[in-house]
Write a protein that binds this ligand. Structure first.
Ligand code: GLA
Ligand code: GLA
Length: 663
């Protein structure tokens, strides 16, 4: 589990506020206006040099730091801190031309050319050497610059590759994981379809092939690709640390939408702990494209980030003031949305709020992406709210370093998410990540602050642990201990089915059958859009199965085929475990049956309430009214946003926010 660190950006006064700042896109006159407007908005931290490789290293062996020096000096004079990036997320065209072997190759064998960004193979030794040189030069030059607050390595790591360098690195990784070829052949079950390898040189990344690829290969390649990017990050971080040992280092992880491409729990110790911090990017999915409303989406992004930080404070590194440029169609936020969303991230542990980006670009792929200073200018809803939020953050400075405690956890294991997506599954609709988001949203609606936790972490502090879909699980030991110790575990269908190699456990439901006292005979997936009626009046969707109680109480059964039990419950030790043989169509109905009450009893459904607490006991309740009616906030203290007193009898108006220092 991650190391607790409550002072993640020591040199920034109070909470952080700002965004990606790309002055290289603007003439010098605009820079002065930027600084003036940043002061007006309360900005105290900006991310610079994210995509500036072409400027500082314009050709082989050529280095030019004049412009970056000027930007850093300007920020220092203006009293604004820099989150200084290493610019390695986008090698310029000269680099790709000089080193074509560094370009990424997709599964079809096509080379991706320069012309966008992230055109690199993480496994290319030439690229690896180049990014370490870049990080090292920047760290040497700026380690003691007065503007420097922290380092930002790369940007949103996600690239994978299928080239020959990748094949070589993949083999080395597999040798470490599986030992010899016998180990590999066993793990991938290569006796199926005569796939047995007799020499390492035959082993390839999952390039396009004739039919369904080997699922073990597909799963290991995802693990390897995540590790390859982690190694890239670590190599830059080490180069920085050699020159700049006292400043925090981070990279912006993605918790947006259903992104689950990297095993961020394995990144854990490298992005938490002394001089490290978890920074995340979270973008909302337009509500017309998602079942989850924006406030619940924001809460998920924040709760997922807090999980990656192991409960420590973290930093929202990017969000949008309005639309992003990469969604289908433009969307605008309603008045006040920006304030409510930003405050929700802070309530849930972010040490501030940052945006992509400070000023909307006039050109380039993201010219229509929203910004803190929009194309529409400063006389705008967006900029007025940007200023308002900056003023709020100043009043909240004293919350810096406080943390959030949750009563519930939803289990997230990236390996399991990937394994459930390997080819040849019994249902194409049994995705994991969207299901975790759906459960989280239902808990959010009930007023329960919920962590996203890895199943292997210490779960003993949680009243409820939900495993809506934990397909891959080696054994039940850890979850059994949680239940025996008094916890309530809820397991969704098609869980515990395979081991770490994605081999089906003998007997269903595999690793969890004994603990749950349930035997599954066969799977009966439900077609998309269809529902299965249960005899307690609720409905299931996506999945059903022929399941039997071996040593469990039957709570509800399917009305029609298969007609067998659908909801089971079993007391184990001081706790209990529930098993659902279908995905509840309405998760809230199940939570109601379970008797889950809100963190703050008897509060309105659309009132978001979250508490942050300092180690010395000082505590703050964040209240956000997302509803259409006034809502009672049952706490007493001082509302830091207005400076006024708050009494338990008071109501919060629709759309309003309060942060109450409790007395
Ligand atoms: C074909 C193939 C078999 C098997 C089955 C599965 O018949 O010959 O090897 O893949 O399909 O339905
Ligand atoms: C990501 C990237 C940014 C920008 C934004 C736009 O988060 O890190 O460079 O492209 O998306 O939403």
């Amino acid at each position: 589990m991650a190391h607790r660190n409550t002072d993640i950006i020591p040199t920034v006064d109070g909470l952080a506020y700002g965004g990606d700042y790309n002055p290289e896109q603007w003439p010098r006159e605009v820079w002065d206006e930027d600084i003036r407007l940043m002061h007006e908005a309360g900005v105290n931290l900006v991310s610079v040099n994210i995509f500036a490789w072409a400027g500082i290293n314009p050709g082989p062996g050529r280095w030019d730091f004049e412009q970056l020096d000027a930007v850093m000096d300007l920020l220092a004079e203006g009293g604004i801190k820099a989150d200084l990036a290493t610019s390695t997320a986008s090698p310029p065209p000269w680099f790709s031309q000089a080193h074509p072997e560094t370009l990424p190759v997709n599964a079809e064998g096509l080379t991706l050319n320069s012309g966008a960004r992230a055109e690199y193979c993480p496994n290319s030794p030439v690229f690896q050497e180049a990014v370490v040189e870049m990080a090292s030069r920047l760290a040497e030059r700026y380690a003691n610059h007065p503007a420097l607050a922290m380092w930002h390595v790369g940007n949103e790591y996600y690239r994978s590759c299928h080239c020959d360098d990748t094949a070589a690195a993949f083999r080395t990784w597999l040798q470490e994981r599986h030992g010899d070829l016998d180990g590999l052949n066993h793990a991938w079950g290569t006796t199926f379809w005569s796939q047995t390898y007799s020499d390492w040189s035959q082993v390839l990344p999952p390039r396009i092939c004739a039919e369904t690829p080997n699922p073990g290969l597909v799963l290991d390649y995802r693990r390897f690709s995540s590790d390859a990017l982690l190694n890239l990050f670590r190599s830059e971080a080490a180069a920085i640390e050699a020159h700049s040992p006292d400043k925090p280092i981070t990279t912006n992880l993605m918790v947006t939408g259903n992104f689950s491409g990297l095993d961020y729990h394995r990144w854990g110790e490298h992005v938490t702990g002394p001089n490290r911090l978890v920074a995340t990017d979270h973008y909302l999915i337009p509500e017309h494209d998602d079942d989850i409303p924006w406030p619940a989406q924001a809460a998920f992004g924040a709760d997922a980030s807090r999980g990656l930080a192991g409960g420590s404070p973290w930093l929202l590194m990017e969000q949008s003031s309005n639309s992003s440029a990469w969604r289908r169609g433009y969307f605008a936020k309603k008045p006040g949305d920006q304030l409510r969303h930003s405050l929700s991230y802070v309530a849930r542990g972010s040490e501030g709020a940052m945006y992509f980006q400070w000023r909307a670009s006039r050109y380039g792929a993201e010219r229509y992406h929203s910004a803190m200073v929009p194309h529409g200018g400063t006389d705008s809803k967006v900029f007025r709210e940007v200023k308002q939020f900056g003023a709020w953050l100043k009043t909240l400075a004293e919350i810096k370093g406080s943390t959030v405690a949750s009563r519930a956890a939803v289990l997230l294991d990236f390996n399991s998410v990937w394994a459930a997506n390997t080819p040849g599954q019994p249902s194409a609709d049994m995705d994991t990540y969207p299901e975790l988001r759906r459960w989280h949203a239902a808990l959010w609606r009930r007023g329960v602050t919920t962590d996203l936790a890895n199943p292997a972490w210490d779960l003993s502090g949680y009243e409820y642990v939900f495993a809506p879909h934990l397909y891959l699980l080696d054994d039940d030991a850890h979850l059994r201990a949680y239940v025996e110790g008094g916890g309530t575990l809820v397991v969704g269908p098609y869980s515990g089915i395979v081991d770490g190699n994605e081999h089906v456990h003998p007997g269903l439901p595999g690793a969890l059958g004994d603990l749950m006292g349930v035997r599954v005979e066969e799977f009966v997936p439900i077609a998309e859009g269809a529902k299965a009626a249960l005899d307690d009046g609720t409905e299931g969707r996506t999945w059903s199965e022929v399941a039997h109680a071996v040593d469990a109480e039957v709570v509800a059964s399917f009305k029609d085929y298969p007609g067998t039990p659908a909801v089971f419950r079993r007391k184990v030790g001081r706790g209990e475990v529930w098993y659902l043989a279908t995905r509840p169509a309405d998760v809230d109905q199940f939570l109601a049956r379970l008797g889950v009450v809100p963190d703050f009893p008897e509060t309105a459904e659309h009132l978001e309430l979250v508490r942050r607490t300092h180690a010395d006991g000082r505590s703050y309740v964040f209240a956000i009214n997302h509803g259409e009616e006034p809502a009672k906030v049952p706490v007493t203290g001082k509302n830091l946003l207005t400076g006024g007193l708050w009494t338990a009898a008071r109501s919060l108006e629709p759309g309003d926010c309060a942060v109450i220092r409790e007395t």
